[in-house]
Design a protein around this ligand. Sequence first.
Ligand code: ADP
Ligand code: MG
Length: 211
Amino acid sequence: MSLVIQHLAKRYGDTTVFANVSLTVERGEFVAIVGESGVGKSTLLNCMAALDTWDAGSITLDGTALGSLSAEQAALLRREKVGFVFQAFHVLPHLDVAQNVGLPLLLLGRPDAARVGAMLDAVGLGGLGARLPQTLSGGQLQRVAIARALVHRPALLLADEPTGNLDPGTAAKVMDVLIAQTRLEGASLVLVTHSETAAQRADRVLHLAAD
Ligand code: ADP
Ligand code: MG
């Protein structure tokens, strides 16, 4: 896996969000992107997953130019190669914990209860598979999201302020789980955050600044 971004620019009308962003993420590398609120971190991360469009430049994931994909092709590539962790967890409330974690495998037509169980154990949620999300704490919900993001062994894990809704103690523990599991699975990790503390643990820190 490698992710190559060259001279990427994003505008809304006359307003430039970012311009001339270039970076390469190698296989297994952990890169943090730090910047103030509003500089375009989430937008950049969404572009990396072809969830958003851009106005200039290119993004290549594993040799595939994301800009040339149809919406359906982009969805398939995401399903296979990308995992996402969001600030607000986005755990589905009507599915139990194991069903949430197993969802990416189900979408790929590869349901695997043993793999789901192993991921729950790995993130410290062994035995909680039958619980509904509403019975879990914020830290536990983000562990569900981390297990779900890695269960299908994606090449690339994208995390958008994953500890932003957690108290500092819980945030540190969730970062531990996120980093350890990503390394174990051999995935590349791109973390966007305004937290210098979270970013300190990356192999490389890039700063995104307003123009
Ligand atoms: P960050 O994640 O760094 O806080 P975002 O990527 O969410 O920043 O947003 C970057 C900028 O783009 C912000 O100034 C935001 O207001 C603007 N923006 C985001 N989405 C839209 C949109 N749909 N239309 C216009 N401006 C937008
Ligand atoms: Mg954001």
